[in-house]
Design a binder for this molecule. Sequence first.
Ligand code: UT7
Length: 332
Amino acid sequence: MHDQHTLTARIAGLGTFLPEKILTNKDFERMVDTSDEWIMSRTGIRERHVVGPEESVATLAIEAGRRAMADADVSPEEVELLILATATVEQPIPSTSAIIQPALGVKNATCFDIAAACSGFLYGLHIARQFMVTGEVKTAMVIGAETLSRYTDYTDRATCILFGDGAGAVVLKPAPSGEGILRSALHTDGTYADFIQMPGGGSKYPPNVKEHIDARLPFIKMRGNETFKVAVRAITEVCQEVLVAADVRVEQVDLFIPHQANLRIISAVGDRLGIAPEKVYLNLERVGNTSSASIPLAMQEAIDRGVLKRGNLVLMGAFGGGLTWAATLLRW
Ligand code: UT7
């Protein structure tokens, strides 16, 4: 029941979806000058799921959203807010959340998209929580969905091996303080905007100009090594920030679910935070970097494998294009 003493939001249901098609490191050995050994040792990724011709970011998001509503046992009409985080929109106009609204049946929901790249899911949780804190909304859905494969340059060995497609959704309900989301923090530094970007396809380099396509502008570009260094520092700091704000010691955290970008980034962050390696959840070996879908996908796997249990204190940290970074501490 929602009442005026509601002070936060809790995750009432979770649903995810991964497309069937898989690209392995062996497949990349045939596409670019790389090796399974290089990819595993530099990233920790072995395979990633990618969409087939009939799929798109909307089809992935719809399936994850339906599963989340079933898991939460809420009817579509109850959902008053739908926030979709994606860096790979269905089309520029209208929003992807509006496009998927009818299929989800969430006809009473205000729908909008947010662009915070790999931090998008944690940005979405934070925003949805604000609507609950004010009492404006009683049931919200946050979806992180990506089809990065549609914007990946499969001739660029430094980026193409990283990305995968997928979607994860949660249904949020109001909760008393001390349950659900305990604390979260969001940050942005646009001076690093060119570290991870897709220059083409927008207002500056419109998609309808052949030269822009020939120059491979509508593809994801990344200054990987520089991004790596900022990522380690930023995720560590924002995680420490929420732990301090919540007055929680790192030893009290039961599970750390980081954005799954690179095993070496995650290990470095875990070491700096002082979190035992067995408390760090990893699934990037099986899904690669799925940007805004990465944390809910990892969360679902952790539940399915019995690693994430009711009552656990969970820390989540993410980092991505913007640059953006964010952390959320929650009681599961
Ligand atoms: O999702 C959130 C944001 N994204 C990230 O957090 C990603 C952050 N960055 C990374 O994960 C890493 O920087 C990469 C995995 C992308 C690259 O690893 P790195 O250790 O930073 O490698 P590097 O870019 O410094 O490149 C080292 C060498 C280069 O060769 P030279 O110049 O030393 O001869 C690259 O050309 O590795 C080469 N290289 C490859 N070799 C084989 C780059 N990609 C590959 C590849 N296979 N796929």
